[in-house]
Each structure stands twice: as C-alpha cells, then as structure tokens.
Design a protein around this ligand. Structure first.
Ligand code: NAP
Length: 253
C-alpha cells in the first residue's frame, strides 16, 4: 500500500529526538511537510527539518511555560499557512517520591501536567478551531501511554495521571467534532527505547521493562511510526476515538 501525504502540513511536537523524530521522519518520507517542534535540542531539530525536506521547519516552545503551546500553534499556522494534522508527542516523565516535601512533589506534578496534558490540550483546542473554521478535515494523534490504563510505579504517578487525561481529552474531541470533520486518536506505547525510558530502566533495570513483553525485544521508535503514518493518511478515520496499543504484547501477561 502506498501512502501519499504530500500537500499536508503536520505539527509533530517533541520531534527533536526519540519517538517524535521517528514519526517526523516517516511522515516526511510519505511526502508531508513537518513542523518539527523542539524545546532544548535546537541543533537536532534544525538538522532534522533540513534532512526531512518538503519545506519542513523547526519551531521552539517550552511547554512547561503557560502560553508557549498556544503561541507555537499560531506561529506554525502563520508560517505554513495551515495545519492538517497535529501529533502531540512531546512529554516528560519526572519522578517524585511520596516521601518528598509536599511542595517539591507538587512542583513535579504541576510540571508534568503542564507539559504532558495542559500544553497538549491547548494545542488540541487551537487545532479543532483551525480545522472547523476552515471547514477542512483534520486529524489529531495524541501519544499517551500504557500507563494511562494500568498506572505506573509510585514515583511516576503524575505521569500516568497526565496520560489518562490525554486519553479522555482525545475521546471527547472524537465524540464532539467528528461531524465537523475532526478525527482524534490515541497511541498508547509500552516501553520504547528512548532517552525517557533509559532513565526509568536505570532505576528499575532493563529486565523490569522487558519482563512482561510477549515479543523478544523492546519496542523502538521505528515500531511506532508506520501505524501513525497510516492513521495520518485518513485510512483509519472510522477508528476515531480509538486507542492503539503498541506495547509488544505486554497487555497479554
Ligand atoms: P524523549 O526521548 O525523552 O523525548 C522527549 C521529547 O519531548 C523531546 O523532543 C523534548 O524536546 C520534548 N520535551 C520535553 N520536555 C519538553 C518541554 N518542557 N517543552 C516542550 N517539549 C519538551 O521521549 P520519548 O520517549 O520519545 O517520548 C515521546 C512521547 O511518547 C512522550 O509523550 C512519552 O510520554 C510517550 N511515551 C514514551 C514511552 C517510552 O517508553 N519511551 C512509553 C510510552 C509513552 P527537546 O529534546 O528539544 O528538549
């Protein structure tokens, strides 16, 4: 099957490394123009935008700060003219022990919510308005986590809660705006070999991550990208509101 995304502008948040970089790469291979969002890794993002071609560009925004996500969306639409697909992928997993001081625990909680949920939410809001006002089909693909459904280790409570919020947000958009052409999907990865999971595995060991897989190896970013590209193509539109689990069969244990 040949997927042609040429003529589509796709905002991929957190595209400077890890899963986001793999998504941006696969989507550009299919012809899309990518708004490569990054926070700190400017060189990686600019290099990637250059390699992707198709007039892709890098855009900076720190999602831990209020207003930056909304301003990012506005800058991308201004520079690219329109956005047809949004992929909310940027995220962080910030551990906080229940024995930490309350204000420190809340600081980690608030930052996690700000980056993983609040910023994704305002981007979704702006995207829905953008799609509906243009009377054009639009797709939102939110990268949540298996943790949204089965919780996470105690230090990562805020991470799991933020991802559960993202799932509910996505379903509400799918229910509310489908008749106006807006489709919304959740991708729920299990462990994926990236910087983020590296920190977790340093703490708990790689065997902890691999222990409940049905497959022989840990999922890699390249294992996520083909399904996201397929969803971006519109061929999965009647699955709007659905969650796609990509966790190497770890739900089966
Ligand atoms: P990663 O390698 O740690 O990359 C995180 C990305 O998010 C980077 O591009 C980073 O930008 C961006 N980011 C981090 N903090 C940010 C902030 N304050 N403002 C704006 N952008 C920020 O992570 P990943 O493993 O690829 O994860 C991608 C997504 O998949 C996340 O939503 C994550 O929760 C989800 N996920 C990952 C796993 C896993 O095991 N890896 C499992 C389930 C779900 P810079 O590098 O430019 O700073």
């Amino acid at each position: 099957m040949y997927i042609n995304l040429s003529g589509l502008n796709i905002l991929v948040t957190g595209a400077s490394r890890g899963i986001g970089k793999a998504l941006a790469t696969k989507l550009a291979e299919a012809g899309a123009t990518i708004a490569v969002h990054y926070n700190k890794n400017v060189r990686e993002a600019e290099n990637l935008a250059h390699i992707l071609g198709n007039e892709s560009k890098a855009f900076q925004a720190d999602f831990s700060k209020p207003d930056e996500a909304a301003k990012l969306f506005e800058r991308v639409t201004l520079e690219m003219g329109s956005i047809e697909i949004v992929i909310n992928n940027a995220g962080l997993a910030k551990p906080a022990s229940v024995d930490a001081k309350d204000d420190e625990w809340m600081k980690a909680w608030n930052e996690t919510m700000m980056v993983n949920l609040n910023s994704a939410a305002i981007i979704c809001k702006k995207a829905v308005q953008h799609f509906v006002s243009r009377k054009a089909a639009g797709r939102i693909i939110n990268i949540a986590s298996r943790a949204a459904f089965r919780g996470e280790e105690a230090e990562y409570i805020s991470y799991a809660a933020s991802k559960a919020g993202l799932v509910s947000l996505t379903r509400s958009i799918a229910r509310s705006y489908g008749k106006e052409g807006v489709k919304a999907f959740v991708i729920a990865p299990g462990f994926v070999r990236t910087d983020m999971s590296q920190e977790f595995m340093q703490q708990y060991g790689e065997d902890h991550a691999k222990g409940d897989l049905a497959l022989e190896r840990l999922t890699e970013p390249k294992d996520i990208a083909p399904l996201v590209t397929f969803i971006a193509s519109g061929m999965a539109d009647h699955a709007t509101g659905a969650t796609f689990d990509i966790n190497a069969g770890s739900y089966l244990h």
